[in-house]
Ligand binder design. Structure first.
Ligand SMILES: NC(=O)c1ccc[n+]([C@@H]2O[C@H](COP(=O)([O-])OP(=O)(O)OC[C@H]3O[C@@H](n4cnc5c(N)ncnc54)[C@H](OP(=O)(O)O)[C@@H]3O)[C@@H](O)[C@H]2O)c1
Ligand SMILES: *[C@@H]1O[C@H](CO)[C@@H](O)[C@H](O)[C@H]1NC(C)=O
Length: 354
């Protein structure tokens, strides 16, 4: 009895659905078009370039983190990888866990001579083999990071010089070799380049990378050069290492004037560290292959995407929030980030003055 009733209900629903479709051809049309567009996009997105074995890829910042994993994975895929490391130690360790035939160079992106040497090396390596197919600008640093009024201009320089000016100089100097190959440039930005929080040069530098990459993509399209931007969320690597961030925060806190310390409240620093630990441990993903998969797609897909959001937090929290009205982002960030404890004292003092 029950089953019959259910069947009748199901049939009823089905009939109504059919009815809606027959009286509403526009709805059918739109649904079919959407499905068709999605299928075409998925197929287009999955097409690959041919002959990776003859292609050279140059990656910066390969000592650790994303660059290190990407170098190993592209090498195993058959690319001719030239992994640039900041230190000799990083280079030796990478070779030890990949292969001694992996090519490495020492590159400090803030040093013009060092960049020139790397370009000369890659020019000889690629010789008359058609230029450089891929440049991955991955090298970067995050510290000093903390409240804006704890910083001096040197603190800003230290990050901007690596993440933005260094990236621009490397790109400009490699461009002739990339144009020759009608190759690709993959720039590592961050969700913090889309939504700025946490003072210091980091957000500025990543916002600059976004902007530089947009202009570059538009200027280089005529030469067959493709530019992609990677926007990772939070991942467990050197740049998010709490030990390093906290050590530098200590330096910033200890050099503050008593006035500024008073504004924040003596307990603020401890609370700041606690809240930061909690949010970093919540947000940081240890599966960094989510990022290198995006980089690999940008290098191997026939039609690389312009932007790649990497990680769940980027896709479903930071990037959507970056499109939201500033007031909403302000409220959300206020809930997440630590706040000064002495600010109430300042407010009441000002009120008395009035
Ligand atoms: N991890 C995240 O949550 C996250 C999120 C968004 C974006 N990113 C970006 O992803 C990129 C890679 O970082 P990662 O997370 O893989 O951290 P990482 O392990 O610290 O890697 C950064 C690499 O860049 C190198 N580097 C630092 N200064 C350099 C310089 N002046 N010249 C050349 N190389 C230099 C570092 O060398 P040393 O180790 O020797 O200092 C390190 O090998 C960075 O641009 C970072 O901003 C990271
Ligand atoms: C990178 O180069 C800059 C500027 O020349 C220098 O101050 C810095 O110490 C160098 N970093 C390393 C690790 O060699």
């Amino acid at each position: 009895m029950m089953q019959r009733q259910e069947e009748a209900q199901e049939e009823d629903l089905f009939d109504r659905f059919k009815e809606i479709l027959t009286i509403n051809p526009a709805l059918i049309g739109s649904l079919t078009s959407i499905a068709f567009i999605i299928i075409c996009w998925v197929i287009r997105d999955s097409l690959k370039v041919k002959d990776v074995c003859e292609k050279h890829v140059f990656i910066t910042g390969c000592d650790t983190g994303f660059g290190n994993l990407l170098a190993q994975r592209l090498y195993r895929k058959g690319f001719i990888v030239i992994a640039a490391c900041l230190t000799e130690k990083g280079s030796q360790e990478l070779k030890a866990c990949t292969s001694s035939s992996l090519r490495t160079v020492i590159l400090n992106v803030t040093n013009p001579r060092s960049i020139d040497n790397a370009v000369a090396y890659v020019a000889t390596e690629t010789g008359n083999k058609g230029g450089l197919f891929g440049l991955v600008n991955n090298a970067g640093r995050a510290i000093p990071i903390g409240p804006t009024d704890w910083m001096d201009i040197e603190d800003f320089h230290r990050v901007l010089d690596v993440n933005l000016i260094g990236l621009i100089e490397v790109t400009l100097k490699f461009l002739p070799l990339i144009k020759k190959a009608r190759g690709r440039i993959v720039n590592v930005a961050s969700v913090m380049g889309r939504l700025a929080f946490g003072g210091g040069g980091y957000c500025l530098s990543k916002c600059g990378v976004e902007s530089f990459s947009d202009s570059l993509r538009r200027d280089m399209q005529y030469f067959g050069v493709k530019v992609s931007i990677i926007e990772p969320g939070f991942f467990k690597t050197g740049v998010t290492s709490l030990e390093i961030i906290e050590k530098d925060l200590n330096r910033l806190w200890n050099r503050l004037t008593p006035e500024v310390k008073h504004l924040y409240g003596e307990k603020y620093f401890e609370k700041y560290l606690k809240v930061q630990r909690l949010s970093m441990n919540t947000f940081c993903d240890s599966d960094i292959s989510k990022v290198t998969n995006c980089m690999e797609h940008a290098l191997t897909a026939r039609y690389p995407r312009t932007r790649y959001g990497a990680g769940w937090d980027a896709k479903f929290f930071w990037l959507p929030l970056s499109y939201a009205p500033a007031i909403l982002a302000d409220v959300m960030l206020k809930l997440i980030l630590p706040r000064p404890l002495g600010y109430k004292r300042v407010l009441s003092k000002n009120q008395v003055d009035v």
